[in-house]
Design a protein around this ligand. Structure first.
Ligand code: ZN
Length: 482
């Protein structure tokens, strides 16, 4: 949600330079101190001006004897109450989980039709979490110097956590600010260098008001990140007023929830498969209380493309048989059986994952791959680390060893179950120090880097699955899903 910096500027004018006329604002003599004058600027209309002073269009029109609210002129002087100038003007609303168009319209005193028109919505049923709705009629923004905005803004109280796919420009504009204003508020010299998970202070912006519209007994729904990305993980948290069980579907898959706090908090880790078409998809959630009463909620989530790129891999001729579809699918089935069909309700991971080796990262997750000149129909399902044979392989988090075996494609492979449907895999090792059933702790040495299986040289391939979906493990090194 956006609060225009006009508020800060207005305060500066009123408090610092009470006698001056700057950017549409001048004060009156002391006998009229509860009123001030607003000079209409280019791009403004009566509705927008009224919003800024906490008035309705009718109230402002009546105060100024305006018969036709659609006909005001640039430079026209309007009488407005000083008290109203503390109202910050939101310009946009970012759709939060649990909100509906109806509840958002009600929050701003708009009709659904108005909100749909301001945001150019074609279909009012397809708003999605993270979508930025415009809650005022289209108007040219008033140019304001960012340094003024930063210096005169009210106390800072909103933190924005950088989401995958976001740029500084996108973040700044979503709050109605300039890139410079956000960068300088955060002491950032190069706005192109921001990281997913980084916390940014948004100057002069209050935390979003929520327009939740959840059916009882659902009381809250959050999602992090707000926008999902192909190949990445998202975390949904649903709270309920009474103990419930949660079921749901997304992308044609049944969701599995971990439940805490006497079954009033449900946590769902959502892995978005690579090759999922970017777009908006429905998320369906159902809760059932102990008496069997059921409540349903459907919302839309946006999936952004992963932009992982592609690469060609050439295997040595004596390893060509490892591209045999029968060999590949038998091994894939084994991984599915281990990592996609069982769910351990206990969480063994705490905080972000550790790196699986003290070694340089040489190939990232998600790239489309062509082997020996074939089609780009496979993708890199993990992250590769280079390391001399014998370099220790470390457990990324605590958990139970559920596979320690020699496979054709993956070589000496270890899989650890971390609970909550989260598994990590370590392929191509030389030595394996753990056995099925062992409980390992975060950072424990479980083997050594090698070149076993379908490889072009010694390296560790590290893989992470979330409820049956291989996802980018490096997101888990940065973000805390525990
Ligand atoms: Zn790999």
């Amino acid at each position: 949600m956006i609060y225009r910096i006009a508020y800060g500027l207005l305060l500066a004018v009123l408090l610092v330079l009470p006698a001056s006329v700057i950017v549409g604002q001048e004060s009156l003599s002391s006998t009229q101190s509860e009123m001030t004058i607003h000079v209409v600027q280019r791009g403004e209309n009566l509705f927008r001006i009224a919003l800024g002073y906490g008035l309705t269009t009718d109230e402002l029109a009546e105060l100024n004897g305006i018969v036709d609210p659609g006909n005001i002129q640039v430079g026209q002087r309007l009488l407005v109450p000083v008290a109203g100038t503390v109202a910050a003007v939101p310009q946009t609303h970012t759709v939060q989980p649990g909100e509906t168009l109806q509840s958002i319209a009600a929050l701003y005193g708009l009709t659904i039709d108005q909100l749909a028109a301001y945001s150019n919505l074609v279909d009012v049923n397809t708003i999605f979490v993270g979508q930025i709705l415009t809650i005022v009629p289209a108007a040219e923004p008033t140019p304001l110097a960012p340094e003024v905005a930063v210096e005169t803004a009210p106390p800072v109280n909103l933190i924005h956590v950088v989401q995958p796919g976001e740029t500084m420009f996108r973040i700044a504009t979503s709050y109605g600010l300039t890139v410079n204003a956000v960068a300088s508020a955060n002491g950032i010299s190069d706005p192109t260098l921001i990281d997913v998970g980084q916390q940014l202070v948004i100057p002069g912006v209050e935390p979003p008001q929520l327009a939740l519209d959840l059916p009882a007994p659902m009381t809250g729904l959050t999602m992090e990140p707000l926008l999902l990305v192909e190949g990445q993980t998202g975390e949904l948290r649903l709270t309920t007023a009474v103990p419930t069980t949660l079921t749901g579907t997304f992308l044609g898959r049944a969701l599995v929830a971990s439940s805490e706090h006497n079954n009033t908090l449900h946590i769902i880790l959502v892995g978005v498969p690579v090759f999922t078409q970017a777009g908006v998809y429905p998320l369906q959630l159902s809760v059932t209380d102990e008496s069997g009463q059921r409540a349903d909620f459907v919302t839309n989530l946006e999936i952004l493309p992963g932009l992982y790129g592609s690469e060609q891999i050439t295997l040595l001729s004596d390893r060509g048989d490892l591209l045999d579809p029968a060999v590949e699918s038998a091994e894939q089935d084994l991984l599915q059986r281990i990592m996609a069909t069982s769910f351990t309700p206990t969480r063994y991971f705490t905080g972000p994952m550790g790196l699986p080796a003290a070694a340089p990262l040489i190939s990232t997750f998600g790239t489309s791959r062509s082997y020996n000149g074939g089609a780009y129909d496979r993708f890199h399902s993990g992250t590769d680390f280079a390391g001399a044979p014998g370099t220790p392989v470390l457990a990324a988090a605590s958990g139970t060893v559920v596979l320690a075996d020699t496979l054709n494609v993956r070589g000496n492979a270890t899989i650890i179950d971390h609970g909550w449907g989260v598994y990590t895999g370590y392929w191509h090792q030389t030595e394996q120090y753990v056995h099925v059933g062992d409980f390992v702790t975060a950072g424990q040495v479980i083997g050594t880097i090698g070149a076993t299986g379908r490889v072009t040289g010694a390296h560790l391939h590290w893989e992470l699955w979330v409820n049956g979906v291989p996802v980018d493990p490096m997101q888990w090194v940065i973000q805390d899903f525990s």
